[in-house]
Design a binder for this molecule. Structure first.
Ligand code: HEM
Length: 85
């Protein structure tokens, strides 16, 4: 699994280039943002940031397994590639 820094994820903060972090995992939601049942606006607002708290507020683990994980592109980690969860 590829590892990214928080600073790298923060670059992807636009509607057409939208990454978020949940539980130390990095998700590319670019293709999902228009289909998100909770709306585009909330995702654009939190683009490039850690959305763990918000995600847990509105979704259960089954949604993460079924809808979230297929969009995972990596984890937050150190420069040496070790995961930092
Ligand atoms: C990996 C990221 C995310 C995925 C895969 C995802 C997926 C989904 C799905 C599948 C639903 C429909 C749930 C249902 O029908 O029961 C939903 C609803 C919703 N999501 Fe997300 N979401 C993500 C991130 C977020 C974030 C970061 C926020 C807020 C900042 C958010 C806010 C909401 C809200 C408000 C709803 C509507 C809840 C409701 O109707 O009760 N989502 N999301």
């Amino acid at each position: 699994m590829k590892s990214f820094t928080i600073e790298e994820v923060a670059q992807h903060n636009k509607p057409n280039d939208l990454w978020i972090i949940v539980d130390g995992k990095v998700f590319d939601l670019t293709d999902f943002v228009s289909e998100h049942p909770g709306g585009k606006k909330v995702l654009v607002k939190i683009a490039g940031k850690d959305a763990t708290k918000k995600f847990k507020q509105f979704h259960n683990d089954a949604i993460m397994q079924r809808v979230g994980l297929p969009m995972q592109i990596g984890v937050i980690g150190d420069a040496d590639g070790r995961a930092r969860l």
